[in-house]
Design a protein around this ligand. Structure first.
Ligand SMILES: Cc1cc2nc3c(=O)[nH]c(=O)nc-3n(C[C@H](O)[C@H](O)[C@H](O)COP(=O)(O)OP(=O)(O)OC[C@H]3O[C@@H](n4cnc5c(N)ncnc54)[C@H](O)[C@@H]3O)c2cc1C
Length: 381
C-alpha cells in the first residue's frame, strides 16, 4: 500500500490552493448573505480546469486519474471558502458530466461535454420530485412516446443549479406499469418549449449555489437526447450516485483541514485565565477530535477513489464515504465554533458558515439515514 503522492500531483494541489485563495474568496460574506451565485468564479474554475478533471481530453477535459482529481478537489476545498460554489461544481461533475461520459452517445458527448468543461454550459441533475425524495424510484414525471421523441410532463425540485442551468439530466418513466424498470434518462436543453426553471430557493447554507425547480409541461425531447436506452435510467442514476457519493465530499476534507489550522491558531492566540485556551484539555480534546476526523475521512476518501480508479464495485464504500465525510464535516464545524467561542458564532468570524453549509451534505445525494440503509442492506439485513 503506497500513500505517497508524486511531486507533480502535489504541485497541482498547491496550484489549486493558490488559485482558490487568490481568485474565489473575495466578497463571499456578501454573496452568502444575498444568496448570490458567481458565474464569473464558475468560469474561472472551468478555466483552471476543475470541471474537466475527470473528463477525457478529446471531450474538453484533462483526463486526470480519479485519485489526482480527489487531491485537487481537496485542495479546492482548502483554498476556497465558498462551499456553495464548490458544491455546485461537484454536482455538475459527478451527476451531469459523468453520466454523459459513461452513457452518452458519441454525438451527445461531443455536443455537451466540451461546453460543460469550459464553463460555457451549466448542467443540472433532476431526480427529486415533490412526492419522491429518498424513495426516488417512485417518481411520477412521465415521458410519453411521440413521433421522433418523447413528451415529458412533471416537475423536479431541490435541483442544484436549476435556476442557471443550460441543460438538465432528467429522469422520467416511459411506462409507469414497469415500476423502476420504466425509468429513463433524458438530456433536456434550456429553451426547449415546455421546459421552465423555477427561481432560486433560499437555503440555510450553500447559499451561493443556486437551487430550484425544473418544470416540464408537454416538453418535446427528441430521441437523440435520450441518455441510454429506455428503461436504463436506474442504472444511470445509481452509477451517478456512486460517483457522486464517492467524490462530492473530497472538498470537505480540504475544508476540514483549513478549519483545523484555524482552530489550532486561535487556541494558541486566545488567552483566558492567564493562559492560551489550547492548554485547557476540553479545548485541545476538541481539536484532537477534529484531527482524527480529518485523517480518517481522508483515508476513506482515498480508499473509495482507489476502488473507482481500479474499476472495482464501490457501492458500500461510496455510501460509507458519503455518510462519514458529511457527518465529520458537521461535527468539525461544531467543534470549530466551540473553539472560537462567541466569536465563532458571529458571521464576521467566517467560522459559522461552514456549519450551515455542512448540514446540506447530510441530505443531498441520499440522506445519512439512506446511506445507513444501503450499508445495512449490503450486509444482508
Ligand atoms: C443542498 C441540496 C441539494 C440538492 N440537489 C439535488 C439535485 O441536484 N437534484 C436532485 O434531484 N435532488 C437534489 N436534492 C434533493 C435531495 O436528494 C433530497 O432532499 C434527499 O434525497 C431527501 O429527500 P426528501 O427531501 O424528499 O426527504 P424525504 O425522503 O421525505 O425524507 C425525510 C426524512 O425521512 C427519512 N427517511 C425517508 N425514507 C427513509 C428510509 N427508507 N429509511 C430511513 N429514513 C428515511 C430521511 O432520511 C429524512 O430524514 C438536494 C437537496 C439538498 C438539500
Amino acid at each position: 500500500m503506497d500513500f505517497s503522492w508524486s511531486e507533480e500531483q502535489l504541485e497541482y494541489r498547491r496550484a489549486v490552493i493558490e488559485f482558490a485563495q487568490g481568485e474565489l474568496n473575495s466578497g463571499l460574506r456578501n454573496r452568502d448573505r444575498e444568496c448570490e451565485f458567481s458565474r464569473q468564479n464558475w468560469e474561472k474554475c472551468a478555466e483552471f480546469g476543475i470541471l474537466g478533471l475527470a473528463v477525457p481530453e478529446e471531450l474538453g477535459g484533462t483526463d486526470s486519474d480519479i485519485l489526482t482529481t480527489m487531491l485537487v478537489m481537496e485542495g479546492l476545498g482548502y483554498g476556497c471558502r465558498d462551499n456553495g460554489l464548490v458544491f455546485a461544481l461537484n454536482a455538475q461533475m459527478w451527476s451531469v458530466q459523468m453520466p454523459i461520459v459513461n452513457f452518452g452517445t458519441p454525438e451527445q458527448k461531443q455536443r455537451f461535454l466540451p461546453g460543460l468543461c469550459k464553463g460555457k454550459l451549466i448542467g443540472a441533475h433532476g431526480m427529486t420530485e415533490p412526492g419522491s425524495g429518498s424513495d426516488a424510484y417512485s417518481l411520477r414525471t412521465r415521458a410519453a412516446r411521440v413521433d421522433g421523441g418523447y413528451s415529458l410532463t412533471g416537475s423536479k425540485m431541490f435541483v442544484t443549479s436549476a435556476p442557471v442551468c443550460d441543460l438538465a439530466v432528467v429522469f422520467a418513466t416511459v411506462d409507469p406499469s414497469k415500476g423502476r424498470w420504466g425509468i429513463t434518462a433524458f438530456i433536456v436543453e434550456r429553451g426547449t418549449p415546455g421546459f421552465d426553471v423555477g427561481g432560486d430557493m433560499e437555503k440555510m447554507g450553500l447559499r451561493t449555489a443556486p437551487l430550484g425547480e425544473l418544470v416540464l409541461q408537454d416538453c418535446f425531447v427528441p430521441d437523440r437526447n435520450r441518455l441510454g436506452p429506455e428503461g436504463t435510467g436506474i442504472s444511470i442514476f445509481n452509477s451517478s450516485m456512486e460517483w457522486e457519493r464517492s467524490c462530492i465530499l473530497a472538498s470537505h476534507v480540504g475544508a476540514m483541514e483549513y478549519q483545523l489550522e484555524k482552530a489550532v491558531q486561535y487556541a494558541r492566540d486566545r488567552r483566558q485565565f492567564g493562559q492560551p485556551i489550547g492548554k485547557f484539555q476540553s479545548v485541545s480534546n476538541r481539536i484532537a477530535d477534529m484531527k482524527v476526523r480529518l485523517e480518517t475521512a481522508r483515508l476513506m476518501l482515498y480508499k473509495v477513489a482507489w476502488l473507482k480508479k481500479m474499476n472495482r464495485p464501490a457501492t458500500m464504500e461510496a455510501a460509507i464515504a458519503k455518510l462519514y465525510l458529511s457527518e465529520c464535516f458537521v461535527q468539525s464545524s461544531m467543534d470549530a465554533i466551540g473553539v472560537h467561542g462567541g466569536y465563532g458564532y458571529m458571521v464576521e468570524s467566517e467560522v459559522e458558515r461552514d456549519l450551515r453549509d455542512a448540514i446540506g451534505g447530510t441530505i443531498y445525494s441520499g440522506t445519512s439515514d439512506i446511506q445507513k440503509t444501503i450499508i445495512a442492506c449490503l450486509l444482508g439485513l
